[in-house]
Design a protein around this ligand. Sequence first.
Ligand SMILES: [Zn+2]
Length: 55
Amino acid sequence: MNVTELFARLDGATIPGGCPDCDSETDIAIKNGVAHLSLHHDDDCPTWIRIQARR
Ligand SMILES: [Zn+2]
């Protein structure tokens, strides 16, 4: 499998984990050959609360 095929498989996938402080999930989207990861924290995740407090 080459990188392009690997990315095609990962596009739209959701993988568990990504944050050590909660049961987060990470969505993967492939755009123009670049992987974009979006991490979804639990609402009461201490890391997520810290990120929001900085805004
Ligand atoms: Zn988290």
